[in-house]
Structures are given as C-alpha cells and as structure tokens.
Design a protein around this ligand. Sequence first.
Ligand code: DGJ
Length: 720
Amino acid sequence: MAITFNNGTFQLSNKHMCYAMRLLDGNLLHLHWGAPVNAEEIGVTVKGTAFCPTTAYENGSYFLGNLMQEYPFFGVDLRRPACSVELMNGCRAVEPKYKSHRIYDGKPMPQGLPAVYTEEDSEAQTLEIVLADSYAGIEIKLFYTIFNDLPVICRRAEIKNTNAGYAYIHAAASAALDFFDSDYKYMHLHGAWAREKHVEINDVHHGIQGFESLCGHSSHIENPFMALMRPDATEDSGDVYGFSLVYSGNHRFSIISDQNKRLRVMCGINPENFKWKIDEGESFATPEAVMVYSGDGLSGMSHAYHKLYRTRLCRGKYRDAVRPALINNWEGTYFDFDEEKLLKIAESGKNIGLELFVLDDGWFGERNSDDRSLGDWYVNKKKIPSGIDGLARKINALGMKFGLWFEPEMISENSDLFRAHPQWRICVPGREPHPSRQQFILNYAREDVQDYMIETLNSILKSADISYVKWDMNRSMSDIYNIMAAPDRQGETAHRYILGLYRVLESVTQTNPEVLFESCSGGGGRNDPGMMYYMPQNWASDDTDALERIYIQYGGSMVYPASTVGSHVSAVPNHQVGRTTPLAMRGTVAMAGMFGYELDLSKQSAEDIAEMKEQVELYKRIRPLVTFGDYYRLSSPYKERYAAWMFVSEDKESAVMSIAYMLAQPSHLCDRIRLKGLDPDAVYELDGKQIHGSTLMNYGFVFECNKDYSGMMYEIKKVK
Ligand code: DGJ
C-alpha cells in the first residue's frame, strides 16, 4: 500500500486497485479509480466545446466543465456540484485551487461522527489535500484513506470559512467521483416499511438520476448504498464500485451522465432543506463515504464491505463475540402481557436452549397501546410488579440474560414527559403538528434533551442487570423546526438532530460496554453504517415472513455483514403477510443472521418445540461461521426458485450452506448449486458424502426438492 505524489499526480494504490488524481493549474482532477495502473502515464484532455466557460492559464486554456473533477464546486463547472457555498455578498461561485497536502499513516476520525477506524496506524494511509479560494475565503480539506489489504477508499471533506463574517453551505457531498464514460448500471436498495432493501438495477441514462431520503433517517425507502456496475458485471466477475454512506439521516445519491457521456457519482447529506452557517474560522465536516472497487463482481464488493464493517466499523465487546440466541416477546404478546406471561415465555425459551429474553415495547408508563407514554421510562408495576430489576433477576435465575426495549428519541402527547416539557418535541410553533404512529420526535438537536436522555438511559441500565438493549425509532421526521435556533440556522436542524443522536449513542454505549445494543427503526428504517458504529446489530425488518425476508436479507447482504442482521423465527400465519411457511424454512432464513425467536413459545406444539430445540442446537454450532465467516450468495432469489447462500470459515475448515426453496414447479428434475469459498484441494464432508472442494465448486451440489417453502441446511467439514 502506498500513497505517492509525483509530477502533480496523486496515487493511492494497493494490490487490488489504484485511485489517482492530477493537478492542473491548481485544479484537482480525477484520473482513475479501478484496477492498478501507472497513473503518471495518463494524459488529460483539456479540449473545449461550445458554451463551455474557458479558463486561461500559462499553458493555454482549459475548460473545467469538460474535465473530470475531484470535488467540484458550483461556479465554472456547469454540472451538479459536490459543494455549494453562499458567500456573505450572496455570490455562490467558488473556485478552489490546490494549497497543500499531507500523507501519513493511520486514519483520523471525524469529530462527533461515526466512521471506519484503524487499530494500528500501519493498517492504512491517509492523504489530506487542502484546496482554497482566497477570494471566497473558503478552504476545503479532502480526506482519503486507503487500507493495506482491502479495495477500499474512505472519503470525506471539511469546509472552512477563512473570511471575516459568515458563509452558508447549501451542499457538501461526502464524495464525488467522475468516471470517463457512462456505460454503467447502478444498483440500489429500495423499499418501504417491512419491505426494505429490495434490489433494483437500472441502466444509467443521460441526465440526473439517483435516490435519496428526506425522512430524517436513512429510511426504509432508500438505503444509503449504491453499486455502480459495468453492464457485464455479475455476481462474481466484472467491475463494480460500491458507495456506502456512514450516516443515519437524510442522504442523496446522484448519478449524472453529462453531455460528454462522462459520469458523475456523488453521495452525502441531502442538500434539500439543508443550509449550514459557518462563521469565521469554523468548519463543517461531512459524514464519511466508504467506496469499494471490485474487479470480481458483486461478491468482491460485498466481501470487502463485510470485512471492513464487521472489524473496523462495529465496535465494543460484541464486535468479536458470538451473540446470544434470543426470544423477544413482541409478536408473541404485543402490549398484552404481565410478569407471569413473560416468565412463561422465558422458561419455554430456556427449555429450547435460548440464552437471552428480550422484553419489547409496553413495559413502561401507561403503555398499553401505541398512543401513549413514550418518554415515561419508568416501569409499569401493574404489569411487572417486581420492577425491571426484579424481572431481570427472575430471568437471570432461569439461566438467561435479560434485554429491554427503548424508543428514546420519541415522545407521546399523552405522557408525563410531554406534560412537563411540551417544548421538547419537534414541531413548527403555532402550527398543528403531524403525528405518526401517534407520536412525535424529541428535539435531539437540543443539548438539554440529549443530556436528559443520556442521564435517563444510563440510570435505567445501571438499575438492573440488563445485557441487551433494543433501540427503536418509529417515525419519520416532519414539521422540522428548532425553536432554539435562529431563522438562518433552521436548515441545520435535521443534521443537528443526527449529531445529537450520535452524541447520546456514544455516551450510552460507552458507559455500558457490557451491553449488546441492537438498533431498530420499525425494522430497517435506519439500517445504515452510521448506526453500526454504535450498535453492532440491526433489526433488519419488521417483516418476519421467511419468504419476504429472503429478499430483504439478500439485498442487505450486498453491503452489510450477517453479524449486523437481527433475524427471528416468528409465528404462522405470519403477522405481516398472512403466509404460512414451515418451521424449517423460517429457521433456515433466520439463521442467516443473529438468530432468535419472536412468538409466544409457551403456546407452541410439542412437535414444534422439539424442532426448535434442534434449531437452537444447530445455530449454536454454526454461529461462529455466521458471525465471523465469509458470506457467499449462491443464487439470486430474483432469478431462481430458490435462494441459497453459505458461510465459510476463514481457514476454510468448515462451512454451512443454506437453501430456501421458494416455489415448486411442475415437471421439475433437480437443481444444482455451485459452492464457493472452499479449498479446491481439500476433501469435505457434505450430506454424508466426501467430496473435493473443486468438485463442489466447479461441478456443484445437486439436490432434489420441489416443495414450496422448504428450508435445508448443510454443515460442511473439511476431512482431508
Ligand atoms: C417496531 C419494531 O421494529 C418492532 O420490532 C417492535 O419493537 C415495535 N416497534 C414495538 O413498538
């Protein structure tokens, strides 16, 4: 790995890739990102075309709007910019030129924002480039980090006001990247509540395309991830470029094919309703974008993200630990429970080998329905006479850990907290606010609200033996206004909310390092890398139907490792879609993530309980593979009638393959799956037979199954 600067050319290279930039008259141009090259040999064409503004310099003239730029500003380049700043005189044209650069080992962390980290400086190198426009009084610091062994570049920017007076930032992308041509497709993960992360692949066309969130959270609708793919790229071959934003709020991904068929890709905070004031000497820091290049198709991209996010984004004790198999009472009881009922469920969980009992929504205030009590984080003794502490002790006495649900960012109108602090909710003064799930959002842009929540949560977590927290968030942001901020700072509110949230999360997770935190936003409304920095697990969707989950988990697997995916077996008919799938299929699908059950275990048949016991035993055997192994997609549910995937240990000694057969077909013979990631020369035992890795990978595994909703799992062991 090395970062070099020779003859005006910056190169960030490792064995997987090269990322290169060139200085031309102080302009920072993009040269190349992809398979290794010698970038000093690349020429830059400065030719103009009609209507293209000209800039003169000592060697002639050039046309910025026809050049591939690294971090374009609004002004001379006439395409959508990465950054747009309004100066005090109202002018928006900014022309930053190279000022200085620095290359060093390691990776600096942005203040108050989540980001990928290094443990040793030798793991990565960083390049900082400073651009400046002395007329505008604006300085931009661009950060690039390259890792030793991964095809990853982390990028972000800081924009500083060096003038006396103020400036407003209207847009500041985390990364912008110009490609030489537009012959690409792009994949994004779109959806809705309980239907998140569905894969959609579109051809790139002329003009602007893309996707965004304006929900105040990263959203179920568009995950902050995109893969740009050459048209011939497949699961295992071809050029793929991943863009993943380490951010939990409003985002925008733009893909712009211009008049010269150049392509500009940008991602960052959504500029819509964003306006950030920087006073003299102040800087604004963008979130980080994590970009991956793969010459080995989607699988190469996913492997890089999985490894990086599992080991250098997630933190804390549970980063390197297997997670407890759990029982959550939500779909089993909803709000209708008492202590006795909960203990019965916990006992049945213990009986099948589960290790953690999670008490979901409904344990506090007067919370017997979803129209009240958010904010009143004290136990409802009518339901739980022993209190949280007493209940936790009873659960511990069964030999299980105890976990608790919170929704700390919300407030119900019908709550003591609202009666005491009506001004703490986000709303527009004098205007009727818009409830969603009959609740409102606490203004986390306020420091007093942040402090109150830190204090409240830390004291509850101290008051009882709570080993797990599910941190939920169940509405999008409307009526955005911060009564504490001046009129020209209202455009800061949505981002300040996220910064406030990150401050609370940092404090609560660091104060309680023994607790396993799982984030949730009505399932996958905030299934993003920003949250993963604080919480190593995410409840991937409120849809627990096995068939629906196949698509949700397939899409999520493009970027997020299985160690971050909360996945449970629930009752049938399924509560979201009414579908009945056999327990084997539900178990197979749920075991592709951090496994648990979410139903009233005390009401299951003896036959099902026996099968569940076997499932839990199997999960405990394979969970090191699921948590730390390499994940391979073996088929696409969009193309085949089955979904298949496998996990392989790093040393290739063991693996587990799962097949979820979705729909049967008449006149069907058999199917063949080619395995991946094994040692070709080793002999493995699979389904009672001894077979070479080469045979399993190059010929494949043939199976006969033609039954709707079948779930099959195969443990694979190297024998020679
Ligand atoms: C939404 C979550 O996704 C569910 O799992 C559950 O915790 C409910 N909220 C509780 O209100």
